[in-house]
Ligand binder design. Structure first.
Ligand SMILES: NC(=O)c1ccc[n+]([C@@H]2O[C@H](COP(=O)([O-])OP(=O)(O)OC[C@H]3O[C@@H](n4cnc5c(N)ncnc54)[C@H](OP(=O)(O)O)[C@@H]3O)[C@@H](O)[C@H]2O)c1
Length: 317
């Protein structure tokens, strides 16, 4: 099939494009920068340069590709986040820009897809920190969201999920990824990896009882699920996470060890709140994880790294 990937040069896109090409698809990859066209070519795709926030440029780029499927992987999430950003995540420039990419750019891509007669649209969403903090530690796509969630970028996430899964001219799927780790992500062995750096410096402590449950996914597995979603699966929302949602107090020491760092410090809840704010404290102590049962059942997705235990030890580099 002809597949148009917006965000071909990103953490997910650079793993996805080669997998789509290996599965026999003809891929056109979008980037903002003329200088990244060679990267797109090296992944096996034809590059097209357009700013996702410019509706005419997006319409032209999509029209030139005549895709059957559009994949939306546009975010601004790889930027560095400071402690001040953690205290007020919605005010950070990365959250504001990601919101624009998940609202305005989603609408531009959907309009362009409709205009060229695309029949499928697969978009990136995010699963963590938004489930109601009631019920069990692991929740499904059908479970309620926290009505009081202050998750950064929630506006964009809600828009992308609603707009994509309700299209009437094709099939729309929204993939709620877990926290990415592995090559090219913020959690990798690279010296400049954004999340790994504070863990190495012991500036990423376990707050309170560290009972907040997080869901992770290796970037290659996330790309594999996306490649399958390009080809099949009913419209709707899918959690793309590994088999083992786990509390911070379990996975953070394992991640520190895989990064050759000393074990994380522990700080009481009040101190965590004072230093990093309420939202970060809730993530560390009360968050719920996500179940991947639907994605495995309906997409037939198989994971190379079913648990972060094995993935952190073998898949960070
Ligand atoms: N999921 C989360 O909530 C979360 C939270 C914190 C950190 N992270 C980390 O953030 C990264 C997220 O990976 P990702 O693949 O979603 O994002 P990414 O690596 O930041 O890639 C974003 C993609 O969007 C494109 N893009 C952005 N603005 C654009 C515009 N105006 N017009 C056209 N293209 C635009 C970029 O293309 P060009 O640059 O080529 O134009 C790039 O291909 C990972 O490292 C992850 O570990 C994730």
């Amino acid at each position: 099939m002809k597949v148009f990937v917006a965000g071909a040069t990103g953490a997910l896109g650079t793993h996805l494009v080669p997998q789509l090409v290996a599965r026999g698809h003809e891929v056109v990859g979008m980037t903002r920068s003329a200088s990244k066209q060679d990267l797109v070519r090296s992944l096996g795709a034809r590059p097209v340069v357009a700013d996702a926030l410019d509706p005419d440029a997006v319409a032209q780029a999509v029209a030139s590709a005549e895709p059957e499927v559009i994949v939306h992987q546009l975010t601004a999430l790889s930027a560095k986040m400071s402690i001040r950003d953690a205290r007020h995540p919605d005010r950070s420039s990365m959250a504001k820009m990601t919101n624009r990419l998940r609202t305005e750019a989603t609408d531009h891509l959907l309009a362009a897809g409709r205009a060229v007669g695309a029949r499928r649209f697969v978009a990136q969403s995010f699963g963590g920190f938004r489930f109601a903090r009631t019920g069990g530690p692991v929740q499904s796509e059908a479970d309620p969201l926290d009505p009081d969630s202050r998750q950064p970028g929630l506006e964009g996430i809600l828009h992308v999920e609603q707009a994509v899964t309700t299209i009437d001219w094709g099939e729309g799927l929204a993939l709620r990824y877990g926290g990415f780790y592995g090559p090219g992500t913020s959690t990798s062995l690279a010296p400049d990896a954004v999340m790994a750096a504070p863990i190495r410096k012991r500036r990423f402590p376990i707050v309170g009882d560290g009972g907040g449950v997080w869901s992770h996914v290796h970037i290659e597995d996330a790309a594999a699920a996306t490649a399958i979603a390009v080809e099949r699966g009913q419209p709707g929302i899918y959690n793309i996470v590994d088999d083992e949602p786990a509390p911070v107090r379990e996975w953070l020491p394992a991640l520190a060890s895989a990064l050759d760092a000393k074990p994380p410090r522990r700080v009481p809840r009040w101190l965590g709140r004072l230093a990093a704010g309420e939202m970060a404290t809730v993530m560390m102590t009360e968050a719920r994880g996500a179940s991947n049962a639907k994605a495995k059942r309906e997409l037939g997705w198989q994971l190379r790294y079913p648990s972060w235990r094995q993935g952190f030890a073998q898949g960070l580099g």
